[in-house]
Structure formats: C-alpha cells, structure tokens
Design a protein around this ligand. Structure first.
Ligand code: ADP
Ligand code: MG
Length: 194
C-alpha cells in the first residue's frame, strides 16, 4: 500500500501538452476517481504513475519518495488498461502469471489461482482471451494487475467496454476487491455516472 503524491506533474510531447501542473495527494488505501472528458490526459497520467511514460516536469512520490527515475517493473503498480491488453496467444492462467516472469515470486501459481477466485474466473483458466466475453476479459486483466500485490492499482476506464448490467456488477466488484485488499486505487473515467 502506498500514499501517492503528484507535484506539478507535466507531460508534454513535441506538439501537445497532455498533462499540465497536476498536483494531488492520495492517502494510503484510498480509492480515488479522476473524471474528465476524452483527451484530457487521464491515460497519460496513469502511464506516468505506472512508469510507462516519463514525466517532462514535476514529481511522482510514493510514500514520500520520488519515483520519477524508477523503472516500471520496480514500482509495483498494477494497471488495467482501457483495452485490457491481454496476450491473445496465452491462456488466462498464463496471462495472470505474466507480471511475475521477471522476478522470482514464491507461490506465483497459488497466488494466481487465489486472484482468479477473487474475480470469479477459476473455471476459465485454460481458455484464451478470444474465448472470453468482455466482462470475463476484464476480470482477467484485474487478476493480472493484482498478482504482485501492488502498492497502487490503476484502472483506466475499466467499465467502458461492458454492457450496462455488467457495468453495475463490476463497479461493485471492483469496490469489494479493492476494499478487501486495502490497495490504494486510482480509477479514471469520462463517465459521470461511474
Ligand atoms: P484521455 O485518456 O484522457 O482520453 P490521453 O491521456 O490518452 O487522454 O491523451 C491526452 C492528450 O495527449 C491527447 O490530446 C492525446 O492526443 C495526446 N497524446 C496521448 N498520447 C500521445 C503520444 N504518445 N504522443 C503524442 N500525443 C499523445
Ligand atoms: Mg484514456
């Protein structure tokens, strides 16, 4: 778990500024939603928190320590991408295990099965993503984001690809799971209802 602080965070490309002067403190274990229209810099902000993009200004602090220079795989941040980004040629179980491939993780498979249980996909572990519904893919992406017990969980419009009924179910599920794990969570969305 981590407290997260953004200090005057900025991301500029040659032709555009995606994030400008963003400052925010999120307490350890807090669940925060960031709401904004398409193109306002939500995904860019999450990519900087995950270590996928390097900020062009400002600082990101985890528990008071600047992590700007820390590589993605050393940040212990779990992310569910907007498109889920599952690996099509791997089974569900292999997808969930993927984040553990670089590091010796004791009991990785046991943990993967626990996460699968938490998101209720234990009967799908041998399938491939193409054999899953949108909601099932989303659960796999969530299990994959959680396998390394992340200090911070990032959810990029996690419900936008789901039908209305499933959106309600998954909204409650996400809340239950993040509460149960006590993980600091940032969800971004353009959907005011969400
Ligand atoms: P959101 O997730 O809120 O819809 P994004 O963070 O994806 O918005 O994008 C914010 C802005 O940054 C947009 O104007 C987008 O076109 C621009 N942008 C995003 N990624 C890149 C990139 N790799 N290169 C240049 N501009 C980008
Ligand atoms: Mg986005």
């Amino acid at each position: 778990m981590a407290q997260v602080e953004l200090k005057a965070l900025q991301k500029a490309w040659d032709d555009a500024v995606a994030v400008q002067d963003m400052s925010l403190t999120i307490e350890d274990g807090e669940f925060v939603a960031i709401l904004g229209p398409s193109g306002c810099g939500k995904s860019t902000t999450l990519f900087m928190l995950a270590g996928i993009y390097m900020p062009t200004g400002g600082e990101i602090l985890f528990d008071g320590t600047c992590v700007n220079e820390v590589e993605a795989r050393h940040r212990n941040v779990g992310i569910v991408f907007q498109s889920y980004a599952l690996y099509p040629n791997m089974t569900v179980l292999q997808n969930i295990l993927f984040p553990t491939r670089f590091q010796q993780t004791p009991d990785a498979e046991k943990r993967a099965r626990e996460m699968a249980e938490m998101v209720q996909i234990t009967d799908l572990l041998d399938r491939r993503p193409s054999q899953l519904s949108g909601g099932q893919q989303q659960r796999v992406a969530l299990a994959r984001a959680l396998i390394k017990r992340p200090n911070l969980l990032l959810l990029d419009e996690p419900l936008s690809n789901l039908d209305a009924t499933l959106r309600l179910t998954m909204r409650a599920e996400i809340r239950r799971i993040t509460r149960e794990l006590g993980v600091t969570t940032i969800l971004v969305t353009h959907d005011q209802l969400e």
